[in-house]
Ligand binder design. Structure first.
Ligand code: GDP
Length: 363
């Protein structure tokens, strides 16, 4: 997943790590008791080793105990072999520039790339930092922190929400055709049923030829009730009927499909507004592809401007692609990502966890 982005992040990790290595200096703590330090040093001389790096890690991880067993011996040794660095902005300016270009190449929008670079810079530049043998770890943790902050905007736990919400909970799905909206609705209906909730689907895409048959096929396969009208019927009315059906039959969740024409289509937007005005859904979820690049980011922005949504589900995250759209959409809309679609089977819906997402970019 997102292999191209992983490559860029790793390149930055290596080159910024090398710069830190070059700038790092060994810490020589002025000894309060030189004679004692010398004595302790001679008694606790470490095993000869080949490289400076391995000496550093060996001693700092496992300080040698002095015979006297006092803490002073350990402290004196540890300080001698620790390193520290301070980076100036000039030291990593070129590397940060390469990082920004790498993020942009991976479809992370300009404002988001700038925010990530700024955060990494603030983390690495200007402050005195201790460093162990692996300078790359310091860089990785700065990158992870920046990405995690962006990805965890306004976290929303759908499961927790559902547990406590008054039923039926009505969720309307919006987004353009072909991104996986219908499949996602089916995946979610299946998951809800597996979690012992009852669900009904509303065939709200009455515009696209074959859309009703397609969602009927999914509903049959996962054994879920579908409420449908004729093609070209009023979607607000189908969805209204589905909500009434849920109320009468004590159904927990209504999942409403909608038409997905071009996001710039004025009729589509006014149709969606009508659906929301007539049916007052509890949640509106935007569905798009994690791998669709800046187009998806632009769509997210336009949908959100017209029909403010509560969160996103990003599909096709299993595709080996750039993946920057998922990072951008979270940041630019300021809305949480609820799930990732990670395949074509009904079980391929993964609850979004920012920590997991960021960690796997460095696997
Ligand atoms: P809609 O037009 O937005 O309703 O899109 P569909 O639900 O019909 O999906 C379009 C295509 O994307 C179908 O072939 C789906 O199987 C596929 N698809 C949907 N979600 C995923 C996903 O998470 N991963 C992959 N690889 N394919 C997906």
């Amino acid at each position: 997943m997102f292999n191209k982005l992983k490559e860029k992040l790793n390149t930055f990790k290596k080159s910024a790590g090398n710069t830190i290595d070059e700038k790092a200096v060994e810490l020589e703590e002025p000894a309060d008791h030189p004679a004692e330090t010398e004595e302790v040093k001679s008694r606790t001389e470490p095993e000869p080793v080949n490289t400076e790096t391995s000496t550093t890690s060996k001693v700092s991880e496992q300080p040698t105990r002095s015979k006297s067993g006092t803490g002073f011996g350990q402290k004196a040794k540890a300080f001698v072999f620790k390193r520290e660095f301070i980076l100036d902005e000039d030291d990593i300016q070129d590397t940060l520039w390469d990082l920004e270009m790498g993020l942009l190449e991976n479809d992370i929008a300009l404002s988001v790339s700038e925010a990530i670079v700024e955060s990494v810079k603030n983390e690495l530049v200007g402050t005195r930092r201790r460093v162990g043998s692996d300078t790359g770890e310091i860089v990785e943790s700065a990158l992870k922190k920046a990405l995690h902050n962006i990805m965890s905007a306004n976290m929303f736990d759908f499961d927790e929400y559902l547990k406590n919400a008054e039923k039926p909970v009505h969720v309307v799905f919006i987004g353009v055709n072909g991104t996986g909206k219908t499949t996602t609705i089916a995946k979610l209906a299946k998951k809800l049923q597996d979690d012992d909730y009852s669900a009904v689907i509303a065939a709200g895409d009455t515009f696209r030829a074959g859309a009703i048959d397609q969602i009927q096929e999914h509903a049959n396969r996962i054994n879920t009730k579908l409420i449908k009208h004729q093609e070209m019927g009023d979607p607000a009315a189908v969805i209204y009927d589905a909500v009434q059906y849920a109320k009468v039959h004590d159904i927990d969740v209504v999942l409403s499909d909608t038409a997905g024409r071009l996001h710039t289509n004025v009729n589509l937007m006014s149709q969606l507004e009508k659906i929301c005005r007539v049916n007052s859904p509890d949640l509106v979820i935007f569905v798009d592809e994690a791998v669709a690049g800046n187009d998806a980011v632009e769509r997210a922005q336009q949908f959100n401007d017209n029909i403010p949504f509560n969160g996103s589900i990003l599909t096709k995250a299993d595709a080996d692609s750039k993946g920057g759209a998922s990072i951008s959409i979270a940041y630019i809309t300021g809305k949480p990502i609820l799930y990732l679609g990670v395949g074509q089977s009904y079980g391929d819906l993964k609850k979004f966890d920012p920590q997991w997402f960021v960690d796997q970019l460095f696997e």
